[in-house]
Design a protein around this ligand. Structure first.
Ligand code: ADP
Ligand code: ADP
Length: 225
């Protein structure tokens, strides 16, 4: 059971406000997509939830607990980035295992979790490869595997498909949807792609100029062309 609440969340850079009081309740298991034009504040919002940006005012609650002051590693979240952020010198196995290893998990448990996630993502035969020897889609799968093995309360996605070509984007979009249906982890997903947003979201947050302009189910919203 994991919920996310944003209460009058605000962010300024050098006294210039870029997020103007966003309120949002994400239910347990819900997949919420933040969508909107470049510069509207999606990434800043997500990074505040991740603990990668400080909060200027307002509160972030995970499972009812205020996390504003918690370090990223103490928030029980996992984030998937646009550029994958894989370690080039490590194998696929090591990339997926690293976050567990630094948390002191036993080798047997690490092995179990990595094997399970690798099977889910079709990476079972690639565990000894380094990222340079993988395709773009495979790299993005490793990035997702690294998030999945953490078994976090919350998945955060920052434009994870933007570096893929159009065909792969569609394929990976379906894969993310399938994984969410299987794992049911509460998710906050950022994209500027409206089709991606419409197909993935249980609910959409349409952002504009640092505000949540509309919040609702995909078919209930009007999106600007
Ligand atoms: P999006 O993810 O929707 O493209 P961002 O969250 O990256 O938007 O940016 C929101 C606004 O905040 C933009 O006007 C951007 O220029 C500004 N901004 C983002 N990061 C910084 C920063 N580190 N310092 C100053 N302004 C920033
Ligand atoms: P360390 O540097 O701590 O020895 P390793 O890279 O050897 O880290 O991996 C840690 C554990 O993960 C070891 O038990 C190893 O057997 C296992 N492991 C490493 N690579 C793979 C792989 N491709 N498939 C399955 N298990 C692996």
């Amino acid at each position: 059971m994991s919920t996310l609440t944003l209460a009058d969340l605000r962010k300024s850079y050098a006294d210039t406000p870029v997020i103007h009081g966003v309120d949002l309740d994400v239910a347990d298991g819900e997949f919420v997509v933040l969508v909107g034009p470049s510069g509207c504040g999606k990434s800043t919002l997500l990074r505040m939830v991740a603990g990668l940006e400080t909060v200027t005012a307002g509160r972030i609650l995970i499972d009812g607990r205020v996390v504003n002051e918690l370090e990223p590693r103490d928030r029980d979240i996992a984030m998937v980035f646009q550029n994958y952020a894989l370690y080039p010198h490590m194998t696929v196995f090591q990339n997926m295992a690293y976050g567990l290893k630094i948390r002191g998990m036993t080798k047997a448990e690490i092995r179990r979790r990595v094997d399970e996630a690798a099977a889910m993502l079709g990476l079972g035969a690639l565990l000894d490869r380094r990222p340079a020897a993988l395709s773009g889609g495979q790299r993005q799968r490793v990035a997702m595997g690294r998030a999945i093995v953490r078994e976090p309360k919350l998945f955060l996605f920052d434009e994870p498909l933007s570096n893929l070509d159009a065909k792969l984007r569609v394929q990976m979009r379906l894969e993310i949807k399938r994984l969410h249906q299987r794992l049911g982890v509460t998710s906050l997903y950022v994209t500027h792609d409206q089709v991606e947003a419409m197909t993935l979201a249980d609910r959409l947050v349409v952002m504009n100029g640092g505000r949540a302009e509309q919040i609702g189910r995909p078919l209930d919203l009007y999106l600007r062309p």
